[in-house]
Design a protein around this ligand. Structure first.
Ligand SMILES: Cc1cc2nc3c(=O)[nH]c(=O)nc-3n(C[C@H](O)[C@H](O)[C@H](O)COP(=O)(O)OP(=O)(O)OC[C@H]3O[C@@H](n4cnc5c(N)ncnc54)[C@H](O)[C@@H]3O)c2cc1C
Length: 501
């Protein structure tokens, strides 16, 4: 039995580990935190659980790729999720004008709603959606189709900047803005984020949107259980501090307590920027190291967790987006202190036996690392009174903004908790608290193009820095990584055989 050592017990490391364990490998996942999960971690305060990262899920409907991967791993019937309302998966509010758009899930319904809001743009809306679906079809793995080559050829729209892509189909500036409302779900940058990223995320959620029920953590636990059932282990509270490489082979990885782990293969599922300093000098070429060390990371977020008084705030079975005004969706991460936050995303995650009233709300606001740079040398729990005061101030600003959509919300709150880019950096080891790995650039795609295989022959990469992030991107990359060991299309063919569409 071959051994594989996986660095990082987030969604990427655990999914890759579960796939390899199912292939008969002996898997050891090493996680620095006491709790596994990375972006799937939850925390509980006063009996109310909150997700720290992943909230909004797609690919889990009948025949969906993520659903089929989870079925293949034997966990789908234990994954606790709830579908958002069919007639409104996302509500987008513009405060300046009072415009509210309620967008249903399902391609036809989504198109129909947009056409009712913008009847003069009906033709462009249909062509835009067709173009999004066409772009998604260019990515075989998105549909779990075997791919003829790892180097796929793509249409000229594939790398076109997403904002220009939208503008090619519709003319009304309000509609252009609205079509980009999921921007915070992929960290879009105007003029740079490629259209395929925009298309994949939009198609994923339009095809069916879900929220976790209870704690997102349970998905990490289910994946870890698959690894254990196949004889593997998940070690927690062990930070990898060095990856010893000689003659283009990893010899061992060492954790902070001096333990050395040896395997036939090693997979890094931590941020690539975090991995690079752990590698022996000269393990990878200078050009490769410089490229990855200097590539831009995605922006971060400030997160507000609200606990509601029982029976006061209604449960909402969709995601909500609040924007100050049109024309800002591409610039949420370029603001000054006075204008932050220009927009936010909120949800009231369902609990077990969810009734009429919400117990909690999570609110995400994009934020730049530069806001918290002055505390970058501090660690969790020891950042000082000025940091705590700053966090309270940000929380109040967000509640002020929420009040414009829900005038009664302040009276419903018993308490709140916050997380900043520093929290994200320290809990996930994500440089600058970046949400989604690298910031993709259609103008310079090679800069953030990372293959799962490396020049170190037994070192592979997985997780959100390779390809796409999130509930769909990370498991698809896990397949790519596993196929570096077992051969192109091997895992996809097995999934298709075991779980036909
Ligand atoms: C605030 C936020 C909101 C998000 N919302 C959504 C959403 O709604 N929908 C969606 O699809 N995606 C969302 N995402 C993205 C999603 O959470 C990530 O794409 C996904 O969790 C990444 O998984 P990963 O395993 O690649 O990385 P991570 O989850 O970051 O896991 C990396 C793991 O490696 C560990 N680690 C780091 N360094 C070391 C070391 N030296 N030794 C050992 N272990 C180490 C970390 O502790 C961590 O557990 C969100 C992310 C954030 C931060």
């Amino acid at each position: 039995m071959e051994n594989v050592i996986i660095i990082g017990g987030g969604f990427g490391g655990l999914t890759t580990g579960a796939l390899l364990a199912r292939e008969g490998m002996r898997v050891t996942v090493i996680e620095q935190n006491r709790t596994i999960g990375g972006g799937l971690q939850s925390f509980t305060r006063q009996g109310v659980a909150f997700e720290t990262g992943m909230h909004i899920l797609g690919g889990l409907g009948e025949g969906g790729s993520v659903r089929r991967i989870f079925q293949y791993l034997g966990i789908m019937d234990k994954v606790r999720i709830q579908r958002c309302d069919m007639d409104c998966m996302d509500e987008v509010t513009y405060l300046a004008t009072g415009d509210v758009y309620r967008l249903p899930q399902g391609r036809e319904a989504f198109a129909g709603a947009l056409c009712r809001y913008f009847p003069a743009e009906s033709d462009g809306i249909h062509r835009y959606l067709q173009a999004c679906y066409d772009l998604s079809e260019e990515v075989d793995t998105f549909y779990l189709r075997p791919t003829p080559s790892v180097f796929a050829m793509h249409s000229k729209r594939f790398l076109q900047p997403a904002d220009e892509f939208i503008a090619d189909f519709v003319g009304d500036p309000r509609l252009r803005d609205l079509l980009a409302y999921m921007n915070p779900m992929y960290g879009g940058v105007p003029g740079h984020t490629p259209a395929y990223v925009h298309a994949l995320i939009n198609v994923l959620y339009i095809s069916g949107q879900y929220h976790f029920v209870g704690r997102s953590q349970h998905l990490a636990e289910l994946l870890a259980e698959v690894i254990r059932q196949h004889g593997g282990e998940v070690v927690t509270g062990q930070r990898v501090i060095s990856v010893r490489v000689a003659d283009r082979l990893v010899d061992y990885v060492e954790t902070a307590d001096g333990t050395r782990y040896r395997g036939d293969y090693y997979i890094s599922s931590i941020h690539t920027k975090t991995l690079l300093p752990l590698l022996s000098e000269g393990a990878l070429s200078k050009a490769y190291v410089n490229r990855l060390a200097n590539a831009p990371v995605n922006y971060s977020a400030f997160i507000l967790y609200l606990v509601f008084k029982p029976g006061t705030f209604p449960y909402i079975n969709h995601t909500g987006y609040i924007q100050d005004d049109y024309g800002q969706i591409w610039n949420h991460a370029t603001y000054d202190a006075a204008t932050w936050p220009r927009g936010l995303m909120y949800l009231t995650p369902p609990t077990e036996n969810q009734g009429k009233w919400a117990a909690r709300m999570t609110v995400n606001c994009l934020m730049n690392w530069s806001e918290v740079e002055r505390w970058e040398q501090t660690r969790v729990g020891n950042r000082g009174a000025d940091y705590e005061a700053w966090k309270r101030e940000q929380a109040e600003r967000i509640i002020d903004k929420l009040e414009r959509r829900f005038p009664y919300i302040r009276e419903c709150i018993t308490t709140f908790y916050t997380a900043s880019p520093l929290t994200i950096r320290d809990y996930y080891g994500s440089p600058e608290g970046s949400l989604y790995g690298y910031s993709k650039d259609g103008l310079d795609p090679a800069r953030t193009l990372i293959a799962p295989a490396t020049k170190v022959r037994n070192l592979l990469l997985s997780g959100q820095c390779v390809n796409l992030h999130g509930i769909c991107g990370v498991p698809l990359t896990a397949i790519n990584t596993a196929e570096c060991i077992f051969g192109l299309n091997t895992i996809i063919n097995k999934i298709n055989a075991a779980v036909p569409t």
